[in-house]
Design a binder for this molecule. Structure first.
Ligand SMILES: [Zn+2]
Length: 348
């Protein structure tokens, strides 16, 4: 868009006959060496329509199509700002292949500051893939992303983080599908992304018609995909944004989309099992440990009082392991999440 010298490069390469044809996503069309912005328009149906912002970066040279999707939870701010930085800083004249960036999937969650769900229909926007063009807004957006982004990409990254009420330490997911080559590539993508805690998922859906999550939607269609999480509690910490930006650059090096070598995590912590610790009572939550705390089974995570200050529940570590995230706010509902707790395992 605003890289005229990229156009000059495009013309030079055009003469050499090596450039790629244009790529269109929604209203954004980028020729080789260009960055284009636009929208995917999801029409109104049972409820309101939505305009999804999209960016296409078309590299000069051929290469894979990498989809970077964030903001399914519109108040996981660090993950949204990281993709905003990638939109600004990635240079299509240096890229081989194509990058499709979706900087904000859950527009109304962001605008209304509603965590976890799309306020239009009350659904998580990372729970209803592959979507339904006749469903509610979340279903229709998912169907659009499946058709226009997942089906047309070769690799995918879904960015998340601690929501407003989640004090989360960074980690990524390795979702094993049972297909050796796909799983090996996703594992390499995790290692190249560089977050040193990796949750190993083995129970994700295997049916592409009921894939539920975005990364699983890609994986069940044969495209290696990872989900990554950084940021917490409504904050935009520069260091956590940088981990997502730098991880993406390293991943693009692994995929030969940028020059240079990826930086692989040397000794990742593999989380083999995640326990959700829930509160049996409503009241006021007081954490007694921070994110990332290593604990023994039975050690105290925090406690809940009634509105008169009397302790009515003590939360304890369900096993030996580490606090992946812990509730960041006093509000505690009956059945609400106190913490997600990772049990560390040895994984190849
Ligand atoms: Zn999320």
């Amino acid at each position: 868009m605003h890289r005229l010298w990229g156009c000059a490069l495009f013309c030079v390469t055009l003469a050499a006959g090596a450039q790629q044809p244009a790529f269109t996503l929604g209203s954004a069309t980028a020729r080789a060496g260009q960055k284009a912005t636009g929208h995917l328009d999801v029409p109104a149906g049972k409820d309101a329509g939505m305009r999804l912002p999209v960016v296409v970066m078309r590299g000069i040279h051929p290469g894979p199509v990498l989809a970077l999707v964030t903001g399914a939870h519109g108040t996981e701010y660090a993950s949204i700002i990281a993709v905003e930085q990638l939109i600004q800083h990635l240079d299509p004249s240096r890229i081989s292949g194509t990058v499709l960036l979706l900087p904000l999937v859950n527009v109304q969650s962001y605008l209304q500051k509603v965590p976890h769900r799309n306020p239009v229909d009350g659904k998580s926007m990372n729970g209803f893939y592959p979507g339904d063009p006749n469903g509610t807004q979340t279903d229709r957006v998912a169907a659009m992303i499946t058709a226009q982004v997942v089906e047309r990409c070769d690799y995918l990254v879904d960015y998340h983080g601690g929501d407003i009420d989640e004090n989360l330490r960074p980690y990524s997911y390795w979702s094993k599908t049972g297909h050796a080559a796909l799983d090996a590539m996703a594992r390499r993508m995790d290692l190249a992304f560089g977050l040193d805690h990796i949750i190993v998922e083995t129970g994700r859906p295997r049916d592409p018609a009921h894939s539920r999550f975005l990364d699983t939607t890609a994986a069940t269609r044969g495209k290696p995909a990872i989900a990554v999480e950084a940021g917490r509690s409504g904050r935009v910490d520069a260091a956590e944004v940088a981990r997502l930006v730098n991880g993406t650059v390293s991943l693009m090096r692994l995929l030969k989309m940028l020059p240079g070598e990826p930086t692989l995590v040397a000794h990742p912590i593999w989380i083999g099992k995640v326990d959700t610790v829930s509160s049996p009572v409503e009241g006021i939550f007081y954490p007694t440990v921070d994110r990332g705390t290593r604990m023994r089974a039975g050690a105290k995570l925090g406690y809940v009082t009634d509105f008169f200050g009397k302790t009515i529940y003590e939360a304890r570590a369900p096993a030996a392991g580490e606090v992946l995230y812990i509730c960041a706010v006093p509000t505690m509902n009956k059945g609400g999440t106190i913490a997600n707790f990772g049990e560390v395992t040895l994984v190849p």
